[in-house]
Design a protein around this ligand. Structure first.
Ligand code: NAG
Ligand code: NAG
Ligand code: NAG
Ligand code: NAG
Ligand code: NAG
Ligand code: NAG
Length: 798
């Protein structure tokens, strides 16, 4: 590493050099006064350092591309940049930063063109100072701060820094390219804190992939305090949500800390021990270690959530590294990276699909990838078919790039394939269509790539790709090896333990305490004889409408495989002769119905948190878990509450578990009256949209704390909540819905927004109802809520 020692006053420089021989950069402690300047020259040109030397402000050279006017950690060898003025516009040698005589901090390029300027709204700037917090300030004679870099974060925030409403932190583009990239962290003007993908090369928000759901819309400031604690605070200072906890070791002072939205889209909190710097004899290689990060699995979070290539770019797939800390992006077999320096640009196929030469079906074969899927790229879907049928269907369709097959369901997918994922939670396999080649050994993909590429294209391109292929060969080998070494990680056997009837009889003390009765059977409280004793809810299924032994266990496994914080986990089952029982986690706080319809009205924010969790849980069932599950019976009685009052959906998968045949006569209607979507009564296909309908009714009930149907109301037009809510919306009298609810009354903007979302959900026409994913985006504020039509307009049109 080259060290820059210029620009310091020489006496200081010598002294420092003796004291801290390896702390590299010379320290210029003095504040910079009007008229002083620095020219970009060396790898590190320091202009101002903080009193402790922890932070340096100046020019840092970025590869051979130019210079950033930046703030960096001054004492560590990496010189990690925490802020820069010109991230999207590197300057060349000879460029200059100057604190002008009129108090502006200006960056000029070597031709004298102004690239950037910091201008205080108030007059009176007398000096620029690099503070020990990492904040660069322009201040007046009496040290009043008139401008500060903390107000204009780039991709990093530091302890003592706060992020106010409408502020955002944008990831850099790649590891070595500091310009604005594909992901951002922002505190929206509506008070929601989220991570978003951007519509690169612009920075507008596209898909939200993480948010603080427990405090929807009530955030005011993100605070990073000196203990390393990062949290969202309300306007009154109340702590709403922890983003990252404080350091567990008591002494945060011993570490340099930062939180950065990395170019891979993950928000990470990093630490670097200060001691390693002070005692360094030059041989010790310390590095930043990750303390915590969000979201926990970015590969899964962006899946199924709309536009864009996902966490990894098109035609690739994302999987977590072995230590589960970093997303790894790989091309699917038969495809190669468009740009190996920027793998998120995605991958291109090494062969043509629909050109004339590719029309013969016997030119292609399949590479099988277990537990892989591209959720957003299907264009045709077939049920009740065999894998062979699926293969043939894809081979004979030149648009088909990949077919996924699981349990008789075949989905054709087209390029560009987006949001690819390989994960133990993905069910089934992907058949990736590749051009046939005579090679059979491990290197076949490489050979296919070379062979097919050489068939067409310019000679120059061929040569280039050929070299690229050779370069990537070793990397590819490594990838294959890593998949081979951890089969259990990629393909875990999901095991739902089975209990004997007498075990469960004992656990429930002879089915003594009844917790509730549902459409499918009675639920009893029980205690498993584990250490410590674990309370469970045991559901004894009715004997009617049974399906076969094997089907039952297959469904139990499918249900047991779902895993989401808003679902009640299935812990086991019993399948003995006539007796079929399911064992669930016990939810001490009962159901949402009990919570909602009691005499005292529960807290508005708590209610909002519960609907949000419910929406997330349903969305997971519909889109993210391995086999799409339609709940068919969403209602407050089936939303349980855990100890922290988070929503936990119960009884999912039961519709399928109990009866496979989808007859749709009125007697077979599975849902509960009032929450049941109209298509159950008509000769229409039952889709996930039936749950959206039920969710809409539930949302209205949660907003208003009353049941959808109440016959003991004074005004007749208020009997059915869904109708009344629509009338209030049209008549602009929404306050009537929440009349005695002070908290909601002060939050009418959100009441209106949520009523509008509910009206969209209860549209009679299922195709007008949004998906749950869209519902969440609207609730988060990630997309606007359009004006909803009258829910019954469809009915009258028939
Ligand atoms: C440098 O500027 C800071 C911030 O305005 C101020 O607190 C400090 O006293 C100044 N130091 C000197 C030596 O002038
Ligand atoms: C960084 O990436 C951007 C966006 O692709 C590009 O315009 C710019 O030239 C890159 N910068 C460097 C130094 O490569
Ligand atoms: C940071 O915030 C946490 C939680 O509010 C608090 O316990 C801790 O004392 C704070 N640390 C500092 C240095 O303010
Ligand atoms: C602060 O605001 C939050 C929500 O915005 C609220 O839950 C809390 O009760 C308020 N606390 C005080 C002390 O006013
Ligand atoms: C530098 O320090 C490390 C650990 O503190 C020690 O292992 C190493 O031997 C030292 N090297 C030299 C050259 O003193
Ligand atoms: C939820 O359960 C906890 C722990 O048992 C209890 O303290 C709390 O009062 C319960 N809340 C409600 C609303 O029932």
């Amino acid at each position: 590493m080259a060290f820059g020692f210029r620009q310091a006053s020489p006496c200081c420089f010598l002294l420092l050099f003796t004291l801290l021989p390896f702390s590299s950069t010379a320290q210029s402690y003095s504040n910079r006064t009007l008229g002083s300047s620095l020219v970009a020259q060396d790898d590190y040109s320091a202009w101002a350092s903080s009193p402790s030397g922890d932070f340096t402000f100046g020019f840092q050279k970025i590869g051979n591309d130019g210079f950033l006017l930046a703030i960096w950690f001054g004492k560590i060898p990496e010189k990690t940049i925490v802020w820069s003025a010109n991230r999207n516009d590197l300057v060349q040698k000879g460029s200059k930063v100057e604190l002008t005589t009129d108090g502006r901090l200006v960056l000029w390029d070597q031709r004298g063109r102004q690239i950037w300027a910091a201008v205080s709204a108030n007059p009176g700037v007398s000096h620029a100072a690099m503070l020990d917090t990492g904040n660069l300030v322009l201040a007046s004679q009496d040290s009043r701060v008139l401008w500060q870099s903390f107000d204009y974060p780039t991709d990093t925030i530091l302890p003592t820094q706060a992020m106010n409403l409408e502020k955002q932190v944008i990831a850099r583009y790649t590891e070595m390219n500091y310009s604005s990239g594909r992901f951002k962290f922002m505190l929206q003007s509506d008070g929601n804190l989220l991570l978003y993908t951007t519509n690169f090369p612009f920075t507008d928000a596209v898909t939200a992939y993480w948010s603080t759901q427990d405090s929807i819309g009530s955030g005011f400031q993100v605070i990073f305090n000196q203990s390393g604690y990062i949290y969202l605070a309300a306007r009154n200072g109340t702590l709403l949500n922890t983003v990252f906890p404080a350091l567990s070791s008591s002494n945060a002072q011993d570490f340099y800390l930062r939180a950065t939205v990395d170019y891979d889209g993950v928000l990470r909190q990093y630490a670097y021990p200060k001691s390693s710097v002070a005692t360094s004899n030059g041989t010790r290689a310390e590095a930043w270690t990750t303390l915590s990060f969000q979201p926990s699995n970015i590969c899964k979070r962006i899946v199924g959530r709309g536009y864009g290539g996902g966490a990894c770019g098109y035609n690739s797939y994302c999987m977590l590294s072995d230590d589960e800390q970093r997303p790894i992006c790989q091309c699917i077999p038969g495809y190669s990276f468009i740009d190996t320096n920027d793998i998120r640009k995605g991958c291109r196929p090494d062969f043509g699909f629909c050109d004339e030469a590719s029309q013969k079906t016997n030119l292609f074969e399949f590479a099988t990838m277990e537990r892989a899927d591209w959720f957003d790229s299907s264009y045709e879907d077939f049920e009740g078919v065999t894998e062979d049928w699926c293969r043939q269907a894809c081979l004979s369709d030149c648009f088909c790039a990949v077919a996924t097959f699981k349990e008789g369901e075949c989905k054709k997918k087209r390029i560009p394939l987006s949001n690819g994922i390989v994960d133990p939670d993905v069910d089934g396999k992907a058949l990736v269509k590749v051009r046939k080649d005579n090679a059979n050994d491990e290197s076949r993909w490489t050979l296919i790539r070379v062979g097919s590429v050489l068939l067409g294209g310019s000679t120059f391109l061929n040569l280039l790709l050929f070299l690229l292929t050779l370069m990537m060969f070793s990397r590819l080998k490594r990838k294959e090896a890593s998949i081979g070494i951890h089969p259990q990680k990629l393909m875990p056997t999901i095991y739902v333990p089975s209990f004997t009837y007498s075990e469960l009889e004992k656990a429930t003390n002879g089915f003594e305490e009844e917790l509730g009765r549902g459409a499918f059977g009675i639920v009893y409280k029980g205690d498993l004889p584990s250490e410590p004793r674990k309370s469970v809810a045991v559901k004894k299924l009715d004997n009617t409408e049974r399906n076969g032994e094997q089907e039952f266990e297959a469904e139990v496994t499918a249900v047991g495989r779902t895993n989401h914080k808003n679902l009640v986990q299935l812990l086991g089952f019993c399948n003995e002769g006539q007796n079929r029982l399911l064992v669930y986690e016990y939810m001490r706080n009962g159901s949402l119905a009990k919570f909602l319809f009691k005499s005292s009205r529960p807290d508005w924010y708590e209610r909002m948190k519960i609907v949000f969790g419910t929406a997330e849980g349903i969305c997971y069932l519909h889109e993210e878990c391995s086999s799409c599950i339609i709940h068919c019976d969403i209602k407050p009685e089936n939303i349980l509450l855990d100890d922290s009052l988070s929503a936990r959906i119960s009884d999912f998968g039961l519709a399928k578990l109990l009866k496979n045949d989808q007859t749709r006569t009125i007697t077979a209607i599975r849902g509960t009256k009032g929450y049941v979507a109209p298509e159950w009564f008509r000769n229409m296909a039952i889709t996930v949209k039936v749950d959206v309908y039920s969710f809409g009714i539930l949302l209205l009930e949660v907003i208003c704390c009353r049941k959808n149907f109440e016959k003991d109301v004074e005004e007749e037009d208020r009997m059915i909540l869904a109708d009344w809510a629509y009338d209030c919306y049209v008549g602009e009298t929404l306050h009537l819905l929440v009349e005695e609810d002070e908290e909601a009354m002060t939050d009418m903007k959100k009441v209106k927004k949520f009523v509008m979302i509910a009206i969209w959900c209860i549209q009679e026409d299922p195709s007008l109802r949004p998906t749950m994913k869209k519902v969440i985006q609207m609730m988060e504020g990630a997309v606007a809520v359009p004006v909803p039509p009258n829910p019954t307009s469809f009915l009258t049109a028939i």
